[in-house]
Design a protein around this ligand. Structure first.
Ligand SMILES: CC(C)(COP(=O)(O)OP(=O)(O)OC[C@H]1O[C@@H](n2cnc3c(N)ncnc32)[C@H](O)[C@@H]1OP(=O)(O)O)[C@@H](O)C(=O)NCCC(=O)NCCS
Length: 156
């Protein structure tokens, strides 16, 4: 498996929406309210990624043989790690940790020595294994439901 990490371009946005759709459906649906998940998935289009980048987030994609298999996003000025998703077919093979480590180095390069994020119940142990610390767990209202998330932080 030849993994390549690179900055996302507009032509990737459709693939990013598909990866996020599959990851949410496979990993998060079993843990959260199914109707809220349905509403989340309905709104998942390439346009969302245009908005995210217009707001100043940087997106790094992971490709295998030229196909997008995962991505991470972060806003270095706001010191926030945003999205972190890997296609279910590639989960557990190190793609996620490669992406997260890359995002952390890039944030440091951009002058951001620490960050916070909101982790899903699924992602929290993955963040912890990569050195992120849990700050607070709470219910986040979204998509007409409530999502249990953990605010996490890391000094890089
Ligand atoms: C979270 C996610 C991005 C991780 O990607 P991945 O490719 O599966 O992750 P990796 O295989 O690189 O594993 C990441 C780390 O977690 C560890 N890990 C894997 N499964 C674990 C588990 N069940 N419990 C604890 N740690 C685990 C791995 O050992 C690895 O650490 P290492 O690099 O030090 O060995 C991916 O699983 C995903 O898309 N999940 C669903 C969507 C989601 O919840 N996204 C985050 C929203 S906040």
């Amino acid at each position: 498996m030849t993994l390549v990490l690179r900055l996302a371009v507009e032509a990737d946005f459709g693939a990013l929406a598909e990866v996020q759709f599959r990851a949410v459906d496979a990993c998060l649906r079993p843990l959260y309210d199914g109707e809220a998940i349905d509403r989340w998935l309905e709104g998942l289009t390439a346009t969302k990624f245009e908005h995210v980048t217009a707001m100043g987030e940087e997106i790094v994609v992971a490709t295998v043989d030229g196909s997008v298999v995962g991505f991470v996003s972060f806003h270095s000025e706001m010191a926030v790690l945003g999205m972190w998703y890997v296609d279910p077919l590639f989960i557990g093979r190190g793609v996620g940790s490669a992406l997260l480590r890359h995002a952390e180095s890039r944030m440091v390069e951009l002058g951001c020595p620490e960050a916070t994020t909101e982790a899903s119940l699924y992602a929290r142990p993955h963040f912890e294994s990569l050195g992120w610390v849990s700050v607070e767990e709470y219910e986040k209202p979204a998509f007409g439901g409530h999502f249990r998330v953990t605010k996490m932080s890391k000094v890089f």
